[in-house]
Ligand binder design. Structure first.
Ligand SMILES: [Mg+2]
Length: 181
């Protein structure tokens, strides 16, 4: 699994609504890469909810540009983001670098310090983004029950990782454990 610190997010919040977007804007963040499944919506929610749409509008009004980066299909992503009308990278193959690189290209970003990723998975979202030195925010997955086998596999790896974090970075674990079901 490698070094534990490579899997640690910059910050963690229970939900996307708890994130202090204004603070990160002041820190210089201008772009947000949002994961879709279990971050913005559950797997069975096909279309963006009014609640999420409202949040996106708020975040945009602060000055952010949004991009959705998902390992799910183009059909799923396109349908979901229709009311949002933003850039997207479906089939991103996180944690591979490829999808993140594509996102940087679409956003025409040269300075990665201006971006942050918001996602619910350590093994794909956090670990992948960190490979490109993109700061990450971890949120609690909305609903684990209907995750696919691959995500379930990653969740099992996550649990083992949490044990290692507990041992090596007990203070980090104390805060992270709120996100663990
Ligand atoms: Mg997810």
């Amino acid at each position: 699994m490698g070094k534990v610190y490579k899997y640690l997010p910059m910050a963690y919040y229970k939900t996307i609504y708890d994130i202090d977007y204004e603070k990160y804007y002041q820190y210089g963040k201008r772009y947000i890469l949002f994961d879709l499944d279990n971050t913005l919506a559950t797997y069975d929610q096909a279309i963006c909810s009014d609640e999420v749409l409202k949040l996106i509008e708020k975040v945009r009004s602060l000055g952010y540009t949004i991009l959705i980066i998902s390992n799910n299909t183009k059909e799923r992503v396109d349908k979901f983001i229709e009311p949002i009308n933003c850039l997207s990278v479906p089939r991103a193959l996180k944690p591979l670098k490829k999808g993140f690189k594509k996102a940087l290209k679409l956003l025409e970003i040269t300075d990665v310090s201006e971006i942050m990723l918001v996602g619910d998975q350590i093994m794909t979202d956090v670990y992948g983004a960190r490979k490109l030195e993109i700061d990450t925010i971890l949120v609690k997955p909305l609903k684990k029950a209907n995750e696919n086998w691959y995500t379930k596999f990653n969740r099992a790896r996550e649990q083992r990782l949490y044990k290692r974090i507990k041992k090596k970075y007990p203070h980090v674990y104390e805060e992270l454990k709120e996100l663990i079901n």
